[in-house]
Design a protein around this ligand. Sequence first.
Ligand code: B12
Ligand code: SF4
Length: 490
Amino acid sequence: MKVLFFNYANYLEIGIPGGIAILSALLKESGHQVRLFDTTFLKPAYYRRSQNAGPAVFKETPYTLEDRVEDDPVVDLKEEFSNILKEFQPDLLAVSAMTTNFDKTLDLLKQVQPDCLVVMGGVHATLEPEEVLRSEVVDMVCIGEGEGALVDLCNALDAGQETRNIPNLWLKRNGNLIQNTLRHFQNLDHIPVPDWSIFDQRHLFRPFEGKVYKGSFITNSRGCPERCTYCVNKVIRKTHRGCGSYFRRQSPQKTINNIKTLKEEYGATWFKFADDTFLLHTHAELETLKDGLNDLSINFGCSVQPTTINKEKVALAKKMGCVAMTVGIESGNQEIRRKILNRRISNQKLENGIRTIIDAGIRVSTFNMIGLPGETRENVFETIKFNKKLGIKAANVYIIYPFPGTEIAEIHKTNYRDADGKMISMGEAARFNLSHMSPAELEGLCKTFNLYLTLPETYWGQIKAAEGQDERSQQIFQELEVLANTFISS
Ligand code: B12
Ligand code: SF4
């Protein structure tokens, strides 16, 4: 069987999608031929080299990703996709999509009208299978994990067998929707080493502290035991009732072997654990991981759920090569966190946790959301001040986007499609209008959040003037950004 994977990513939004990499390895193990159509490095006509690389949290490196694409020609996505379809003649097009890239994925599929079977998996297919199947270019969707489903599908197609009863797959047959049952959750020790070979190797570009390393995302657990109101995990857990324990960990030995192989085969020494929360592994598991990873001398970053932070685990992570941790603060207001987001940790514990990481010499970046239901401008400043108090230099800030099925979307009856059926993009999230701030004020605060964080309060009057979208505000914004860079690097 010839299988073509399709990943729609924005230009230069690098990072190997873990799902495709694992599925590719599995299909190859089963004797199928695999190729990939990935838009990450297909240069669009609108691309211009950036003048300002943003706040210089990362030290300058000998070369940048933009240097590495300098000589690439501008190409047309439809033409590139049609060419690979014509040349490879796949039997199956295996598409992966999140909610955020679903429409763009579908647009391109409609443009090329592949004449083979099309199966779509990933987060969006899991959350909205019926919507995905309504599209005439998609024949099947995979709900949840794809390992068993995709291998079974390809093997059955190869052998000319019936494909209508494969667990985790929903499909259309003679105008009917066939909804197969869900299979038991995947055992993470039974999956192969991710196949990074089908990806453009520039995906492995990893600048850190003035050096360029090679590496990408890796996971050693799946699921999350928390139930935050804005997170898709709660939805996925609910749809998978009866499929086993939602939160699963891989054995340390398997993770160590995977990393060893990725180091040997691709020269990877910098990894980002994409697990929802890395420190949920037991002390004993972390000890074993430490012993194995020490021999491999790798660096890695990971996300940690604040309630899981303790001194011993952080120290173990540090010893095994952890140099950066990302922690979700989300809101500096404890009541908003608890009542609106269902994140049950006090400000004091959150602060202690983050200080534990900083004290261990691990760099911390935070995730923050604004525009939360009922939130005021003052609340946003509580979040800014909370980050500031901790000396955070890298804060990721987003206007909340209620993803389909999440509790927050249901309570507030939001729709991620507007009246014309067009998907509201992440960049337009202020349109959900859940807070006490106007969309313009929210966008201004989102734009300037890191200026407020970095520059002393004496500048806050000027920063406020930079919140607007008019020319003058933009000019002030640019001047302050330059100034903020000097504060960060000093
Ligand atoms: C690494 C990561 C990224 C990477 C790589 C993306 C990628 N395609 O994997 C990068 C940095 C690019 C990224 C970006 C963003 N991400 Co992200 N990301 C993740 C993260 C942390 C891990 C993904 C992963 O590797 N999982 C492990 C693999 C094994 O699981 P998987 O991808 O789901 O694949 C399995 C199944 O889904 C299925 N499957 C997947 N594809 C296919 C295809 C076929 C044919 C089949 C049959 C099955 C199948 O089988 C796989 C194996 O079981 C997830 C959280 C999570 N835990 O999944 C968020 C997550 C996917 N991201 C999310 C978001 C919101 C974003 C951003 C919008 C963030 C932002 N504000 O900018 C952007 C959007 C980018 C865009 N252009 O649209 C949300 C998506 C919500 C949604 N409804 O879509 C998630 C779920 C985080 C969350 N909890 O909210 N992300
Ligand atoms: S802790 Fe993070 S991954 Fe877990 S449910 Fe909450 S937001 Fe989702």
